[in-house]
Design a protein around this ligand. Structure first.
Ligand SMILES: Cc1cc2nc3c(=O)[nH]c(=O)nc-3n(C[C@H](O)[C@H](O)[C@H](O)COP(=O)(O)OP(=O)(O)OC[C@H]3O[C@@H](n4cnc5c(N)ncnc54)[C@H](O)[C@@H]3O)c2cc1C
Length: 555
């Protein structure tokens, strides 16, 4: 029996020009701005985004006769062509999206936004779009940072954003099997609240948690901050339904199957290019009764990596495992300020040890009391065995409280003329230290070449037995009037260094449009051809999310 989530389960409308709830208070303290002024450089005058009315989008190309067909299929209220709706669906939340939006110049906008109510409507809608040559961009939370929701029409007469917010019901919980079935538009916080009321959790907490849809998470092979324990979304999807122009896939919830290659794994990561995921069955767990978040310091990154690798091998990993490199640790201590918990503990630690540097680690354990106690004891023993020192719960709790705040700070940094963006990869343990060095150097060299040297930081997270993810953050003074090319040069240098160093071009953000140029290098010509053949079957007219994942040419 479907359970409709209450209206309050819907997130606040996202700021069209940036991140999150428009009512959220500022988060950039004065001492942090002063630190950035000294080490990165900030604009002399803050630059606010333009007013919504000043955002330029071309008139909708949707023909009146097609609009009538859409409205008669979905209902008048589920077809929107107004300026605010088109702007809100004109891009995702990557740096380039934000720079363009704030200037009032998105690269385009969908001709209309449609809100289908469920699988059957979806199928009919996709048939109509194929017939009328309308490209379809599935749109969940719209938080893509790789151009995944860019409103590209390809060769088609128009482009629709297909917002899944109208498909947001929890369909049911199978308590015995520990699975929940949802429509793909359900937002992560709403699902967590629904599960928490029943003593359960999904355990999927990306930094973009407040806004993501479960369909979007599955479509991008997303990984949450607690993936070292709960696993990434790919581990959680046990069944799926997808509507495609060329047919549909219905993959029942099963614990495992040897019936050929796993089609669930093709749906997960398909990024809207094969069809629209309408429903998902997801593995859930008992809500944790114990949560211990704490900090530890290592003398250097290598020691910390070895400790995390040992924890993974011995099944002693915490749910959240994040190891900052020296630069990131220094920046965190500085941004936390003199009065900050991390700042005080960090300096005390470094002083007591006589280290000039150090690497802060956050270890977050969740689960049943006894099991957590065992795992934590073993993990802390491994921290000590690798020369690290536990510094108690304050840094862990501080991280947990602020875990969803960074995206708000990004908006304020842009206001102050700071280029700020992240990029990520993953590799085997044997390649990781070198990859950390070469990618960091490539980013720094690209920034220097533009005469905007800034800060390049990194942390290890999403830890596995065989390797881990590296997550880079860079901050540099914006080159006014040339912000986009400034970033693209850095991105190209970083992507090339990742490919050369044996890393994946993306561990969890997906390919979207931004990573297309590196995909053939990673999958090989045969791999890309196989994916194209699958697309030709499910989407013969090529209306599904053109220009993403399998684009013909690199951007
Ligand atoms: C500040 C910030 C922090 C982030 N942190 C993380 C993080 O910690 N971990 C992480 O993994 N990612 C992170 N991301 C990236 C992003 O949140 C993820 O890619 C997320 O999974 C996207 O979900 P969404 O619902 O917003 O999808 P959207 O952005 O709406 O769509 C993403 C892609 O999936 C497709 N899609 C969406 N819904 C469907 C559907 N029902 N069927 C088929 N295709 C669909 C879209 O067409 C698009 O190609 C972050 C992004 C931001 C802005």
């Amino acid at each position: 029996m479907a359970e409709r989530l209450p209206a309050a389960a819907r997130p606040a409308r996202m700021r069209w020009w940036g991140w999150g709830d428009p009512a959220h208070p500022p988060v950039l303290p004065a001492h942090a701005l002063a630190f950035l002024g000294e080490h990165v450089g900030v604009a002399r005058k803050p630059r606010a985004p333009v007013a919504l009315a000043h955002v330029r989008v071309a008139p909708s190309a949707l023909r009146a006769a097609v609009r009538v067909q859409l409205a008669s299929l979905l209902g008048e209220r589920r077809v929107r062509e107004d300026h605010a709706e088109r702007v809100a669906h004109a891009g995702g939340k990557g740096y380039v999206d934000l720079v363009r939006m704030r200037a009032g110049e998105p690269e385009g906008a969908p001709d209309a936004v449609v809100y289908p109510a469920g699988h059957e409507q979806l199928r009919a809608l996709l048939e109509l779009c194929e017939r009328e040559s309308l490209a379809v961009v599935p749109f969940g939370g719209g938080t893509s940072v790789v151009g995944g929701v860019a409103p590209l029409r390809g060769e088609h007469a128009g482009v629709l954003a297909l917002d899944t917010a109208g498909m947001a019901q929890v369909l049911g919980i199978d308590g015995e099997s520990a699975t929940v079935s949802v429509q793909a538009g359900v937002r992560a916080p709403a699902l967590e609240r629904h599960l928490a009321a029943r003593g359960l959790t999904l355990g999927h907490f990306p930094q973009s948690f407040e806004y993501v849809s479960l369909g979007g998470c599955a479509a991008t092979r997303s990984a949450g901050q607690a993936s070292s324990g709960y696993g990434a979304i790919a581990k959680m999807v046990v069944g799926a339904r997808m509507a495609a122009p060329g047919g549909e896939l219905t993959l029942p919830a099963l614990p495992a199957s040897a019936a050929g290659p796993d089609l669930r794994a093709l749906v997960v990561g398909s990024e809207g290019t094969l069809g629209v995921i309408s429903e998902l069955a997801l593995r859930v767990r008992a809500a944790p009764r114990e949560r211990i978040y704490e900090g530890a310091f290592f003398e250097d990154l290598q020691a910390g990596m070895q400790a995390l690798r040992a924890m993974a091998r011995e099944h002693a990993l915490p749910e959240v495992a994040r190891l900052s490199d020296e630069q990131e640790t220094r920046m965190q201590l500085a941004l936390a300020g003199g009065g900050g918990v991390k700042g005080r503990l960090g300096r005390a630690y470094l002083g007591a040890r006589g280290y000039a540097r150090g690497c802060l680690t956050i270890l977050g354990f969740e689960g049943e009391r006894e099991e957590v106690a065992w795992r934590r004891r073993r993990a802390l023993a491994l921290v000590r065995a690798h020369g690290g020192l536990g510094v108690g719960r304050s840094p862990g709790e501080a991280w947990r409280r602020g875990r969803f705040e960074a995206p708000y700070m990004r908006d304020e940094l842009l206001t102050h003329g700071v280029m700020v963006e992240t990029l990520e990869t993953a590799a085997q343990w044997s390649s990781l230290p070198r990859l950390h060095r070469t990618v960091g150097e490539a980013i720094a060299a690209a920034l220097r070449a533009q005469r905007t040297p800034g800060l390049v930081t990194c942390h290890v997270s999403h830890v596995y037995e065989t390797g881990a993810s590296l997550y880079f953050t860079l901050l540099a003074r914006q080159r006014e009037g040339d912000e986009i090319e400034q970033w693209l040069a850095v991105k190209r240098a970083a992507g090339d260094a990742i490919a050369a160093g044996g890393g994946t071009i993306t561990h969890h953000h997906g390919v979207g449009r931004d990573h297309v140029r590196w995909l053939p290098g990673e999958l090989g010509g045969g791999g890309v051809a196989a994916l194209r053949a699958l697309k030709a079957q499910l989407d013969p007219a090529g209306i599904m999310n053109p220009g993403k994942l399998l684009a013909q040419t690199a951007p």
